[in-house]
Design a protein around this ligand. Sequence first.
Ligand code: TYD
Length: 210
Amino acid sequence: MSFSDNAKFITFEGIDGCGKSTQSRMLLDVLNKTHSIETILVREPGGTTISESIREILLHSNRGELGDRSESLLMTASRAQLTQDVIIPNLELGKCVIADRYSDSTLAYQGGGRGIDIDWLIDLNNYATFALVPDITFLIDIRPEEALRRLDQSTDRIEGEGIEFQARVRKTYHDLAEKFQDRYVLLDGHNTEDDIQDKLLKEMMRRGLI
Ligand code: TYD
């Protein structure tokens, strides 16, 4: 898939509580206001009426009710709808799209966390995303102990999986950063919000993305 030079697809990844939602909102502001780059922000799972309905099932089903395979298929179904209805049309308009989670979340959570075969999930993701790959992926890396400390009591079904699950997810993210070195940027999530934003903007400039 190829879009005009202005169209950039930026994704944020990391374990629950790493701070990526804050960073993606800060970047949205900077790109729109300081750089006058028309930018939209989407979050996964969700972002369209259908994807939000799927999100309800994914995050608020009773514990033990949703099987791992169904979970993988629903995550990617939500992604397929969001990609088709929002992400691709906006990239076609030459806009910049920031996604708070995308395909790599499925590899890290359903692959690393639940133990589903990663290569199979890569194929499933390719199908769901029409083979769309981010231009850059920011991995906000924090220790699971710190992440849990930051999360409040009201966690959803997946956030409530516990520290060992989050540790497996984090390890898989590290593996993905190795595997997809070209697009991955690892950021230390223990630093201050401003430091992290500063570093990611510098990296985007270095790569000629802004
Ligand atoms: P959300 O409340 O949006 O959390 P966060 O702010 O951490 O993104 O919940 C999304 C949850 O869904 C989160 O625990 C990660 C999980 N998830 C998967 O397991 N697989 C996926 O493919 C995606 C997109 C999310």
